[in-house]
Design a protein around this ligand. Sequence first.
Ligand code: AMP
Length: 303
Amino acid sequence: MSLLVVGSVALDSVETPFGKANEVLGGSATFFAASASNLTSVQVVGVVGNDYPVEKLEPLKKRGVDLSGIEKAEGRSFRWRGRYRHDLNVAETLETHLGVFSNFSPKIPAQFRKAPFVFLGNIDPRLQLDVLTQVERPKLVACDTMNFWIESRRPDVLKLLERVDCITLNDAEARQLTEQNNLVKAAQWIMKQGPSLVIIKKGEHGAFMFTKGTVFFAPAYPLEEVFDPTGAGDSFAGGFMGYLAKSGDIGDASLRRAVIFGSAMGSFAVEKFSIERLLEVTPAQLSARVADFRKLVAFEEEL
Ligand code: AMP
């Protein structure tokens, strides 16, 4: 089943304790598509400026990602500059230049409107809401957001919550959004606003999925080296939604498997800068990593 993502298509400049990357491919939609394309076909809607090196998106096209919904506008592309110091779980935003995203009004092409799975990637919540008026009765809509939008557009983020089935966010964002320190309470608070599914990611400490009556936890893959955490969250979402779209099943067992696929894709993303590693993952590597997750948490219960 097809999967539509709307989100930022960016040029990222990133500094980690292990190196620097300047103006590399980034953005929520880019990471999401690179990740999900390991599982299913993806349709992308976004905008780039006339300075964007669109030819660098070619490898995505070759993997079956439909980029026909990426508009080219007059002006500068979205740019994000960030830094990670010792604690790789904390991204420090140094600069955000919205560029062509400031005047962007997403137009979902007719052939994308019936997508059963929709991901509203991290982007201005007013644009996320606008997309929801254009899609036709999707089976599952998930969204992401971040501190930047929770601070500057809180009322719109709250409006968005009323209209989505699922939200993915990290622990700091969940606390900021809900003003609850405890993550179980934070998830309950969010579910009261609308979503029936809340996924709270805790970086190298794994991810929780909350539904009305259940909690599921997936650890993070214990990598020996994390090179660049940028995009881990979007890659998680790509693996999660990619798995659901591939299976077409949104039952509890499928959702749990999807969290594991999300965790696996997030762990690949951080092994290299930008989307590099996501483009190299082989089906055998993905299966092996998913199997490793099972081993990580399997144990015999002694009664
Ligand atoms: P994450 O998966 O949370 O690490 O997201 C990283 C991506 O988010 C980077 O590639 C950035 O280009 C993108 N990003 C950063 N700030 C924003 C923002 N305010 N709106 C949309 N995308 C952003």
